[in-house]
Write a protein that binds this ligand. Structure first.
Ligand SMILES: [Fe+2]
Ligand SMILES: [Fe+2]
Length: 489
C-alpha cells in the first residue's frame, strides 16, 4: 500500500539548490531532543563515519543492502540545525541528510543479501548494531526538521473541514489526476534516449517498490479497531497473501529484470535522486511516528487513490520504450487493485477514522494529503531536471568550452578545488549548491550523471555541472588532474 505516486506537476517551478550553509549553530538545546546542536552534529559525523556508509568502489552496489554511501564531507560541512527552504531541497545538505535519514529509518526493516551471507555478516551486524541504531535515533529528529520543516510553513490547513469536504477534495484530486498524462512519463518519452530515461525512472522507484508497503505497514501493530483491519487488507494485497511470487515487490523485480536491471535492494544507491529519497523518507516520517497517524492515513489515501492511473500510464510508457520484452505486470496489477485500494483507503480508513475520532483529526488528515503531493512534486521536479541535464551532457561540454575560451573572470568564477583522481579510486555521487565548471588539465575524466549515463572529458576540455544535479566522477586514465570553479553568474 505504500506507493510511489506521481501526478501532474502543478507546483510552481523551484530553483534547485541554495547556498552552502555555514556552521553557525545556536548553542541552545533543540526543542526536539534537548541536546545542543553541536552535540547532534558530532553524532551525525560519527554516524556518517560508519565504514558501511563510506565511499564504494563500484557504481552498482551488488547484493549488499548495508552499504549505503553518505557524503561524509558534506556532513562535516553543513549546518543541519535549521529547516531547509524548498528551493534548497536538491542541494548538498539535503542529499546528505536524506541519505542519512533513509538509513536511519531502514534499520527497522529486515534486509538480507541474496547470496554469500557469511561474507557480509560483519556488515549485517554493523548495520543492525545498537551503536548504529542509537546514533541514528539521536540525529533523526534534527534531520526530519531539516528536511521536512518547510512543509509546516508551506501548508496551511484553514477553513471549515468536514468528512464530506475531505471526500470531495479527494474526488477532485483523482479526477484531475486521471485526466493527466503524468509529466515524468511524458519526460521519459520525449527524452533523447527514452530507454536510459526509463531505466533512470525505474531506479528511482526501486528504492520504494522493492520494499513495497513496508513503511506504511508500520501502522498495523497496536490496537485501534476497525480501521486497523482495513489498513491490514491493503497490506496483505501488497504482500500477495503470503504467496511470494504474487508479492508486489516480486512482480516489480521481474520488471527490473526484463529491463536488464539488478533486483537487489539499493543496488543503485548512488543514483537515487534527492527528491526520490525525500518521497521515500516522507512515508517513513509520518508512518513511523504514530503521533502523525492521521497525517499518515491522509497520505496513504492519496497515494493509493492516484496510483492506479499512474500505473496504467507507467505500463504504457514501458511498453512504448521497451516493446514486448518488458514485464509490465506489476503496473497492470496495480491499475486494477489500486482503484480498489484507493476506495478502501478513503471509504474504509479515512471516513471511519473521522467518524470515530472526530472532526478535529481532519486537519491532520488533510495535511498528510497536501504534504504528500508537495513532496511528490519535488521528486518529479528533481527527476525531470536530472533527465534534461543528463540528456544534454554534450551541450554542457560545449558550454564549458565557451566559458573557458571567453576566459575565466575573477568576478564570475572562483576556484573551489583542484583534485587528482586515480583509476580505481573510491567513488561517490553528490550534488552541489551552485553551477560549476570542471576543467580537465591532464588525463581523462568520466563524469557520471546516472546509471549508464556518463561522458568522457579529455585534457583541455571541460563540462558544466548544474546545481542540484546528482553527479559522480572517476578517472579513465591512470591519473586525472582537474579543476572545479564555482560559476557565480
Ligand atoms: Fe495499493
Ligand atoms: Fe502494491
Amino acid at each position: 500500500m505504500r506507493e510511489f505516486l506521481h501526478m501532474p506537476n502543478t507546483a510552481e517551478s523551484h530553483s534547485t539548490a541554495g547556498g552552502v550553509a555555514a556552521i553557525n549553530a545556536p548553542s541552545t538545546p533543540t526543542a526536539v531532543t534537548g541536546i545542543a546542536p553541536e552535540e547532534i552534529k558530532r553524532y551525525m559525523q560519527l554516524y556518517a563515519a560508519n565504514p558501511l556508509f563510506g565511499y564504494h568502489d563500484k557504481w552498482i552496489i551488488s547484493d549488499n543492502p548495508y552499504r549505503r554511501p553518505i557524503d561524509q564531507q558534506a556532513v562535516t560541512r553543513h549546518d543541519f540545525s535549521r529547516p531547509l527552504k524548498r528551493e534548497e531541497a536538491f542541494g548538498s545538505s539535503a542529499l546528505a541528510a536524506q541519505r542519512m535519514l533513509f538509513n536511519v529509518y531502514e534499520t527497522d526493516f529486515v534486509f538480507l543479501p541474496e547470496k554469500d551471507f557469511a561474507a557480509k555478516r560483519a556488515d549485517f551486524e554493523s548495520f543492525y548494531s545498537n551503536e548504529n541504531k542509537l546514533l541514528g535515533e539521536l540525529i533523526r529528529p534534527t534531520l526530519e526538521t531539516h528536511l521536512f520543516g518547510f512543509l509546516e510553513e508551506e501548508i496551511d490547513i484553514s477553513g471549515k473541514w468536514s468528512a464530506a469536504a475531505v471526500e470531495s477534495y479527494l474526488r477532485h484530486l483523482i479526477e484531475n489526476h486521471e485526466r493527466s498524462e503524468i509529466d515524468i512519463l511524458s519526460a521519459v518519452l520525449s527524452s533523447l534516449d527514452p530507454e536510459k530515461a526509463a531505466l533512470t525512472l525505474l531506479i528511482q522507484v526501486a528504492g520504494d517498490f522493492l520494499t513495497e508497503s513496508s513503511s506504511s505497514a508500520r501502522n498495523l501493530l497496536g490496537k485501534f479497531g476497525l480501521v486497523q483491519s482495513e489498513l491490514f487488507k491493503i497490506a496483505i494485497d501488497d504482500y500477495g497473501y503470503g504467496v511470494h511470487k504474487a508479492k508486489h515487490s516480486t512482480l516489480f523485480e521481474s520488471t527490473l529484470e526484463t529491463c536488464g536491471l539488478a533486483t537487489e535492494a539499493h543496488a543503485y544507491w548512488h543514483f537515487y535522486l534527492t527528491g526520490s529519497l525525500a518521497l521515500n523518507n516522507y512515508y517513513h516520517y509520518v508512518c513511523r511516528d504514530h503521533s502523525k497517524f492521521f497525517r499518515a492515513i491522509g497520505a496513504i489515501a492519496v497515494g493509493e487513490s492516484l496510483f492506479a492511473h499512474t500505473c496504467r500510464k507507467f505500463s504504457e510508457m514501458l511498453r512504448a520504450v521497451f516493446g514486448n520484452r518488458v514485464d509490465t505486470y506489476y503496473f497492470d496489477e496495480h491499475y486494477h487493485i489500486d482503484a480498489h485500494h484507493g476506495r478502501m483507503a478513503t471509504e474504509n480508513v479515512v471516513a471511519p477514522a473521522i467518524a470515530k475520532y472526530g472532526d478535529s483529526v481532519i486537519p491532520e488528515i488533510v495535511r498528510g494529503m497536501e504534504e504528500l503531493q508537495s513532496i511528490t512534486s519535488l521528486a518529479d521536479d528533481d527527476f525531470m531536471a536530472q533527465l534534461i541535464w543528463a540528456d544534454d551532457l554534450e551541450g554542457q561540454r560545449t558550454a564549458a568550452s565557451r566559458i573557458h575560451q571567453s576566459g575565466l573572470s575573477q568576478d564570475a568564477e572562483s576556484r573551489i578545488t583542484t583534485a587528482v583522481l586515480r583509476k580505481g579510486d573510491p567513488i561517490s555521487t553528490r550534488a552541489c549548491d551552485a553551477d560549476s565548471l570542471w576543467l580537465v588539465e591532464s588525463g581523462t575524466l568520466e563524469l557520471v550523471a546516472g546509471h549508464d549515463r556518463s561522458i568522457q572529458i579529455e585534457a583541455g576540455e571541460g563540462i558544466v555541472v548544474l546545481r542540484g544535479r546528482l553527479h559522480g566522477a572517476s578517472s579513465v586514465s591512470p591519473e586525472c588532474l582537474y579543476h572545479v570553479y564555482e560559476l557565480k553568474d
